[in-house]
Design a protein around this ligand. Structure first.
Ligand code: B12
Length: 207
């Protein structure tokens, strides 16, 4: 019997070795993979995201929890691929053209992965061509990050490029606001990585 509470606590504390041990034991005991993810690791990543939004946890804690989550995911990945587990949906995350800041974008990618989404990380300096490739690979939401006031207008170009298509665009980054998202016609805005998960949840529910 897997101790899901212990697994959640280990992810929350960022205790990588405990996460690995519990996940390996669960695999050895032929525990259901979905249960390991849905009752253990994913709720813990969502909880750390909530704490981060409430300023009860900070970037280092988020990164340590994510590293622990990744250690467990590495053990599970071959089994997930073999089981054909359905993810909640595919989201591409990228920092827009001209912008090389990636810390926030990485957190957004980690939190979305932790929340059960299939994430394509497009990296930094993403032009429309890169976003197009992601759509061709099945991404139905494009999450654009910008940290510079000079690169924010590129988000508008991305929104305009995909206007009328089935793909949704969400935006974020320190200088970005809900007002700006409304102004350029983006489908959503998130203040932080947890906000990104919330808006992606909402858009997939509406789809
Ligand atoms: C670290 C940093 C750098 C590092 C980047 C390292 C890296 N690998 O990312 C380096 C040193 C390379 C750098 C370079 C530059 N930087 Co810089 N940098 C910063 C700094 C200090 C922190 C940014 C950061 O990582 N924050 C922490 C993360 C966790 O927060 P975040 O990115 O905001 O992300 C969160 C949310 O915004 C949100 N989010 C982010 N993306 C998305 C996307 C979606 C879809 C959603 C929903 C949410 C979301 O979730 C995240 C997690 O909560 C900021 C200052 C600041 N306080 O923001 C300046 C800052 C952004 N930089 C600035 C500048 C000017 C530059 C340079 C132009 C400097 C220069 N003259 O060379 C270059 C630009 C290089 C380029 N072309 O991109 C300015 C921008 C000013 C402006 N108004 O545009 C800032 C604000 C500093 C300042 N006060 O002047 N920088």
């Amino acid at each position: 019997m897997t101790d899901f509470a212990a697994l959640q606590a280990a992810v929350l504390k960022g205790n990588r070795n405990d996460v690995k041990d519990i996940v390996q034991q669960a695999i050895d005991n032929q525990e259901d993979i979905n249960a390991i993810l849905d009752r253990g690791m994913i709720p813990a990543m969502r909880e750390i995201g909530e704490r981060f939004s409430r300023n009860e946890a900070y970037v280092p804690e988020l990164l340590i929890a994510a590293r622990a989550m990744q250690a467990g995911l590495t053990l599970l990945e071959p089994l997930i691929a073999a089981s054909g587990r359905k993810t909640l949906g595919k989201v591409a995350v990228g920092t827009v053209k001209g912008d090389l800041h990636d810390i926030g974008k990485n957190l957004v990618a980690i939190m979305l992965k932790g929340a059960g989404y299939d994430v394509l990380d497009l990296g930094v300096n993403c032009d429309i061509g890169k976003f197009e490739e992601a759509v061709a690979q099945g991404a139905s939401i494009l999450a654009c990050s910008s940290l510079l006031t000079t690169t924010m207008p590129y988000m508008k170009e991305v929104v305009e490029h995909f206007k009328g298509r089935k793909v949704k665009i969400i935006i974020g980054g320190a200088p970005v606001t809900q007002d700006y998202a409304d102004e350029i016609g983006a489908d959503g805005y998130g203040e932080d990585a947890n906000g990104a998960v919330k808006i992606v949840d909402k858009l997939f529910q509406e789809a």
